[in-house]
Design a protein. Structure first.
Length: 83
């Protein structure tokens, strides 16, 4: 897991959810720990697609429960794109 990717995701969630980035860890669960809904997740993923140059299918988001899982998904797509 890329530390830079985690920090980027953490900062986007902090911005979207209006919380302190320090409250977000790789083990943070979207719904249970962060009170984030699917719209919040999609907003962060759309931002990642624009900013990080990845494309993530919506179906891939269905099984994601933690920030760390999202970071790994983004990293996997960046690696596949040669980034």
């Amino acid at each position: 897991m890329e530390k830079a990717t985690f920090e980027w995701v953490r900062d986007r969630f902090a911005e979207v959810l209006e919380i302190d980035p320090a409250e977000i860890t790789t083990g943070s669960r979207f719904a249970d720990d962060l009170d984030a809904d699917s719209i919040d997740l999609i907003e962060v993923v759309n931002s990642a697609e624009r900013s990080l140059g990845v494309t993530i299918a919506e179906e891939e988001l269905y099984d994601l429960e933690t920030v760390g899982q999202l970071v790994e998904t983004i990293d996997r797509h960046r690696a596949a794109a040669g980034q």
